[in-house]
Design a protein around this ligand. Structure first.
Ligand code: UD1
Length: 418
C-alpha cells in the first residue's frame, strides 16, 4: 500500500491550481444516465471515487471517452440497472445512481451502502422521498430493489438537509409527471452545479442554492456540455496549509464565495487573506490565534474541512473548541494527531484542542478521506524527522495529486509505493 512521507518544517510558497470538485462531478456523472446522446464534461478530477462511479456506470452500459471537449459520456444503450455491493461499499455516493435509473428505466437495484468510518450515514431520506414519488421498494440481501411506472412529482420535506439526498431526488424529479418541491433542501454549491447541468439538459429547476427547490417535470432531456466547479474542499485544504506553515500561498481557480466560512475563521487566526475574482492568497500568521469552529451545512463551516482545521489548531496559541454537528463520529483523526503530540480531549461531538507550538513527526494511519488530509497537514509542520501517512488510498479518493501540489509549493513530501 502506498504511503506519503513528509519532512516537515518548510513554509509553503507559490501558486497552486484547484481541481474540479469531486462532490459535484459525482452527481453530474450520474445525471448522464438520464438521457441518451453524448455529454461533454470538463474539469472532471482524476480520483478514485470518480473511477468507482465510472466502473459502476460502465457495468450499466455507459461508455466514456476522453475527447477534445473533456470527458465524453454516452448512455445510449443501457444494459443493466444494478450497482453491486463490491463497488458501492467503497463509495457511498454510488447511491446517486438510484434517482437517475428510476427516472430513465423505472427500475434500479442498488446495494445499501452500510456504515462508514464517520458514522452510520443512512439513506432513509432518499428512500422516503422516492416512495412519496410513487416508487415501490423492497430490501433483499442488502440491496434496495426499486420499481416505478413513471415517477410522479411530490411535496418532499427533508428532516435534515441532505446533500446527496437533495441531488438524488432532483435527478428523479426532472422527468417526473408534475411538480416536485424539495423543502429543507441542502444548499451546497455542488447542488447548484448539478442544477446547472440539469438545466443544460432541458430540465426546469428553480430555487437551487436556497432551501426550497422546485422542479417541474419535462418529457424530454438532451445531452449537455458542462464544466465542473472547482473543489472548495481541496481549495480550503490548500488555504489551511498556507496559513499553518506560515507561508504565502495563492490558491488559483477557486470560487472565493464558496469559501467564506473558512476565510473568516482563517482571518481570526491572524492569517492575512487577499480575495481575488477566482483566487485567494493566504499569508500565515506570525502568532496563530486559537479559534472555535462548529461544522454546519453550507454556508456554515464545512464538516469536510473540520479535520484539517483541527490539525491547524493543534499548533495555535490557546484552546480551540471544535464542534461537529453534521456527522456523529467524525473525530477518528484525533487519536492519530495525538500520536504526533497533539493535546485533544473529546467529549461527545466536541473536541477541545489545547494548542502547542509544535507537532512531532510520527508514522500515522489515514482512516478516512478528510482525516488523511489533516495528517498530511500535520506532517507539513512536524519538524525533526519523517512523518509517514499510511493507507493513503483514502486520500486518493478525493484529492488529485495532493502531494505534488504541496511539493510544487516547496514542501519536502513524496509518495512511496508499497
Ligand atoms: C455529502 C458529501 C460529503 C459531506 C456531506 C456533508 C458527497 C458525495 N458527499 O455526503 O463529502 O461530508 O455531504 O456536507 O457530496 N442523513 C440521514 N438520512 C439520510 C441522509 C443523510 O440521516 O437519508 C444524515 C447523515 O447521517 C448526516 C446528515 O444527514 O448526519 C448530512 O448528511 P448528507 O448531507 O446526506 O451527507 P452525504 O450526502 O452523504
Amino acid at each position: 500500500m502506498d504511503k506519503i512521507v513528509i519532512e516537515g518544517g518548510k513554509s509553503l510558497k507559490g501558486s497552486v491550481k484547484v481541481s474540479g470538485a469531486k462532490n459535484a462531478a459525482l452527481p453530474i456523472l450520474a445525471a448522464c444516465l438520464l438521457t441518451g446522446g453524448r455529454h461533454s464534461l470538463r474539469s472532471i478530477p482524476h480520483l478514485r471515487d470518480i473511477q468507482t462511479i465510472k466502473s459502476i456506470m460502465s457495468k450499466l452500459g455507459v461508455t466514456f471517452r476522453d475527447g477534445k471537449e473533456g470527458l465524453e459520456v454516452s448512455s445510449d444503450n443501457l444494459t443493466g440497472c444494478e450497482a453491486p455491493y463490491d463497488l458501492v461499499k467503497t463509495m457511498r455516493a454510488s447511491v446517486l445512481l438510484l434517482g437517475p435509473l428510476l427516472a430513465r428505466y423505472g427500475k434500479a437495484r442498488i446495494s445499501l451502502p452500510g456504515g462508514c468510518a464517520i458514522g452510520a450515514r443512512p439513506i432513509n431520506l432518499h428512500l422516503k422521498a422516492l416512495v412519496a414519488m410513487g416508487v415501490d421498494m423492497y430490501l433483499d440481501r442488502g440491496y434496495v430493489n426499486a420499481r416505478v411506472d413513471r415517477l410522479k412529482g411530490a411535496d418532499i420535506f427533508f428532516d435534515i438537509p441532505t446533500v446527496t439526498g437533495t441531488e438524488n431526488i432532483m435527478m428523479a424529479a426532472v422527468t417526473a409527471s408534475g411538480q416536485t418541491v424539495l423543502n429543507n433542501a441542502a444548499k451546497e454549491p455542488e447542488i447548484q452545479d448539478l442544477a446547472r447541468m440539469l438545466r443544460g439538459m432541458g430540465a426546469d429547476i428553480q430555487g437551487d442554492g436556497s432551501d426550497t427547490i422546485t422542479i417541474s417535470g419535462v418529457r424530454d432531456l438532451r445531452p449537455a456540455r458542462h464544466t465542473i466547479i472547482p473543489d472548495r474542499i481541496e481549495a480550503g485544504t490548500l488555504m489551511i496549509a498556507g496559513a499553518m506553515t506560515g507561508g504565502e500561498v495563492k490558491v488559483e481557480g477557486c470560487m472565493p464565495s464558496h469559501l467564506e466560512a473558512l476565510t473568516e475563521k482563517l482571518v481570526s487566526t491572524g492569517a492575512r487573506i487577499e480575495v481575488g475574482h477566482d483566487s485567494v492568497v493566504v499569508k500565515g500568521p506570525d502568532i496563530i490565534k486559537s479559534v472555535d469552529i462548529k461544522t454546519m451545512p453550507f454556508p456554515g463551516f464545512p464538516t469536510d474541512l473540520q479535520a484539517q482545521f483541527m490539525a491547524f489548531m493543534c499548533i495555535a496559541k490557546g484552546r480551540s473548541m471544535i464542534r461537529e454537528s453534521v456527522f456523529e463520529n467524525r473525530f477518528i483523526h484525533v487519536s492519530e494527531l495525538k500520536r504526533m503530540g497533539a493535546d485533544i480531549e473529546i467529549n461527545g461531538n466536541q473536541a477541545l484542542v489545547k494548542g502547542q507550538n509544535r507537532l512531532l513527526p510520527a508514522p500515522v494511519m489515514a482512516t478516512d478521506l478528510r482525516a488523511s488530509a489533516s495528517l498530511v497537514l500535520a506532517g507539513l509542520v512536524a519538524e525533526g524527522g519523517r512523518t509517514e501517512v499510511q493507507r493513503i488510498y483514502h486520500l486518493d479518493r478525493g484529492y488529485e495529486g495532493l502531494e505534488n501540489k504541496f511539493k510544487h509549493l516547496g514542501a519536502a513530501i513524496w509518495r512511496e509505493k508499497g
